[in-house]
Design a protein around this ligand. Structure first.
Ligand code: PXL
Length: 282
């Protein structure tokens, strides 16, 4: 048996409304990855559509946790950050990356902060500059089109897009520093939606699409990111990882739509885990 890979997932815990750690942990674990966590905050629900949620900030815990880890012989193969609630947390992530980055591990950053042309209500527009800086320390980033525009200063447009627009965005994103990018929310027509994956080192650019399902499904970005990282940790290429993540996410959205579930509660990824494991050849 080969050594089990370990990912450190650094996100909040939203107790209800599947996203962040309640998505990353089960998906990575199902994919055979040991998943260590740093919870950045505990909320009663996520912030997207619920009123009156509680919020307990855990920023002060981050460095004590990593200080303790430095006394252990931890082998870390991947660090995965998602929703980060403040500039202070962005700054601490840079510190965590500096502590645990090795030539043979990957830093995987999902710059969660915006969608559909607007920043999430809790973030100011200048948060994008801080996030762009953090992306500069990542090996792989997975923004959506809105986040890509806010970080690069390119003009946000609603789809369908031209190849020229998408490829310019990818090029601008690589200028932030990461070698690999999976850009989500890419569409060239009204009926399909998917992702572009780009490796700056070998110039490989690929597109993966699935039939578009209308509607905004909360937590789908975290499902996508977790599945993509699960595939990468299992030795899949960037392109293959994007394909696995598109299929897994679209399947999860489809089941949610068919069940008529309130979209604030997240998508039904759980009943796709069996298929994910098969796709990952585990
Ligand atoms: O899915 C991203 C996410 C994660 N965590 C919290 C959020 C959001 C998106 O709104 O509010 C707390």
């Amino acid at each position: 048996m080969s050594r089990q890979k370990r990912v450190v997932a650094i996100h909040d815990i939203s107790c209800v409304g599947k996203c962040s750690l309640t998505v990353a942990l089960p998906i990575l674990s199902a994919a055979g990855i040991e998943t260590s966590i740093i919870p950045t905050a505990v909320l009663s629900t996520h912030t997207g559509g619920f009123e009156g949620f509680t919020f307990c900030d855990l920023t002060e815990e981050i460095i004590p946790i990593t200080d303790h880890w430095q006394t252990l012989d931890l082998k870390i193969d991947g660090i995965y950050t998602g929703f980060l609630g403040s500039f202070k947390q962005l700054e601490l992530m840079e510190q965590v990356f500096d502590t645990f980055k090795r030539p043979d591990n990957i830093i995987f950053v999902d710059p969660v902060m915006a969608d559909n042309g607007v920043m999430y209500s809790i973030f100011s527009p200048d948060f994008a500059q801080g996030m762009a800086r953090l992306c500069g320390k990542a090996d792989i980033i997975i923004p959506n089109i809105t986040e890509a525009c806010f970080m690069t200063g390119e003009e946000y447009r609603a789809g369908p897009y031209t190849k020229d627009y998408i490829e310019t965005l990818l090029e601008r994103l690589t200028e932030l520093g990461p070698k690999k990018i999976i850009l989500t929310g890419v569409c060239f027509d009204e009926v399909t939606l998917g992702a572009a994956s780009y490796d700056r080192v070998n110039g490989q650019l690929d597109y993966d699409f699935a039939p578009r399902i209308e509607g905004y499904y909360h937590g789908s970005g975290d499902v996508f990111g977790s599945a993509a990282l699960a595939a990468l940790m299992n030795g899949f290429s960037l392109r293959e990882a994007a394909r696995v993540a598109v299929d897994f996410t679209v399947g999860s959205i489809q089941r949610t739509k068919e069940a008529g579930t309130d979209i604030r509660y997240g998508i039904d990824f759980e009943r796709g885990l069996g298929r994910l494991i098969t796709d990952l050849k585990l």
